[in-house]
Structures are given as C-alpha cells and as structure tokens.
Ligand binder design. Structure first.
Ligand SMILES: Nc1ncnc2c1ncn2[C@@H]1O[C@H](COP(=O)(O)OP(=O)(O)O)[C@@H](O)[C@H]1O
Ligand SMILES: [Mg+2]
Length: 219
C-alpha cells in the first residue's frame, strides 16, 4: 500500500509530506492544495512547466513510499535558458494502478446494460455491473460492509430491468421490502460509503491507495 507521499515544488506544494491511511480524507478551504495533491499522486501523468512551483526553474520531485517496496522517485528539472524540461528520474511503478474516483450518487444508481466489468468507472456509473462480476464471497463481503455502514438495509442484489439492463436493489432490514436505487438516500449510496466500496476496489488493484472525494462534482 502507498503509505506516504512527499512532494517538492509541484504547483502550490512547495515542500509537503502526507502520510496516507486507509482512508485518508483531505479537508481544507478552496485553493489549499487538495486537488493538487490528488494530481501529484498520478504516476502516469507527464508534467509540464506549469507544474513547477510558481513556474520557477529548479527541480520538482515526487517521492512515494510503500510498505512493501523501496521508495519510488519521480524527479523533473526545469531550466529557462534555453527553456528545457527534463525528467531526471523515471519512476518504476510495479503493480501500481491509480484511479481518481469521483463517485456520484446519481451515477451509482444507474441501471447498467448487463456485461462483465471488473473496473469501477470513475463516477461509479457501472457499479451494478462490477457488483455482479465479483466472486460471490467478495459480493458477500461488500454487502456485509455496506449493511454495517448503512444498517437500515439487510441485503443488496442485482435485479433485471427492461432491455437487458439490471440495477441494484436494497432490502429493508426489518421487512421484505426491496428499495429501488431511487429510494436509497444519497447518504446511503453516496461517496460517504467509500469504506464499503473499498472492499470491492481493493480486489481490483493490488497496492494502490484509494482516494475518495467527498465533494461531489468538484475535485
Ligand atoms: N505552478 C504553481 N505554483 C504555485 N501555485 C500554483 C501553481 N499552479 C497552481 N497553483 C495554485 O494552487 C492553488 C490550487 O490549489 P487546488 O489544489 O486546486 O486547491 P483545492 O483543490 O484545495 O481547492 C491555487 O491557489 C493556484 O493558484
Ligand atoms: Mg479542488
């Protein structure tokens, strides 16, 4: 798991180290650097001059610490005459997959055209397909986590809709009534239940740190 990230001269982050726990929640006023930190975590992203702190020349570094492997370093340098951007150290990302999720309750409720899907869409829009694709014990674990977090429900299953679609339905804990996705509150299905989803997502990637974004629609 990714346990620590240190950033030097990346956009507004001049020298910042953050320890990551599952889950880590970033809270702060506008322009305090939350989105910038999430961006810094993307190993696949190539950098440009605007990524350097105040556009100044110098070196930009991202260091990632994992609990099970040596630190990974990504370092860039910028010199202005002649303008030149260099990657001075290329990271080696064995098995590291990055996904910035912005789960949206309205999308999480989507009926899906039934198909096998193992990777959750960034907005959670294919949750029903990912759920039915899971092995039964993973499904059971997910339902267990979900019903612990949202005790008004006792079970979640996929049910067929029209035109080859299906959706998730939620069984009331104290009766046999099944709620449709539209009847489930944002608080129940929404990004705040990231802990429940985490069980599902850990299956998909071996060691990436999940970043849940609690503010819907805006990073
Ligand atoms: N290259 C840069 N150097 C310094 N500050 C930068 C740079 N690029 C963007 N910023 C500043 O970073 C801040 C944006 O932070 P951001 O991560 O979007 O905040 P949040 O997501 O917490 O609202 C803005 O104040 C912006 O001006
Ligand atoms: Mg932001």
């Amino acid at each position: 798991m990714l346990t620590r990230v240190s950033v030097t001269n990346f956009r507004c982050l001049q020298n910042v180290t953050v320890r990551l726990e599952p889950p880590t929640i970033l809270v702060g006023p506008n322009a305090s650097g939350k989105t910038t930190l999430l961006r810094a975590l993307d190993p696949g992203r190539l950098l440009d001059e605007q990524d350097f702190w105040q556009g100044r020349q110098g070196s930009l570094k991202r260091e990632f610490s994992f609990d099970d492997r040596p630190r990974v370093v990504d370092a860039w340098s910028l010199v202005s005459t002649p303008p030149r951007l260099n990657r001075s150290q290329q990271p080696d990302w064995p098995g590291f997959r990055y996904q910035l999720l912005q789960l949206q309750p309205v999308k999480l409720r989507n009926p899906n055209l039934l198909q096998e899907q193992t990777l959750l869409a960034d907005d959670g829009g294919n949750l029903a397909n990912v759920f039915v694709t899971l092995a039964r014990d993973r499904q059971n674990q997910l339902v267990k986590d979900f019903t612990r977090l949202v005790p008004v429900y006792r079970d979640v299953v996929s049910r067929p809709s029209q035109g080859g679609h299906h959706r998730l339905v939620f069984q009331d804990r104290w009766s046999d009534v099944w709620d449709e996705p539209a009847q489930v509150s944002d608080g129940s299905i929404g990004p705040d239940q990231i802990d429940g989803l985490q069980g599902l997502l850990e299956e998909q990637r071996t060691s990436a740190q999940l970043i849940g974004n609690r503010h819907m629609g805006k990073q």
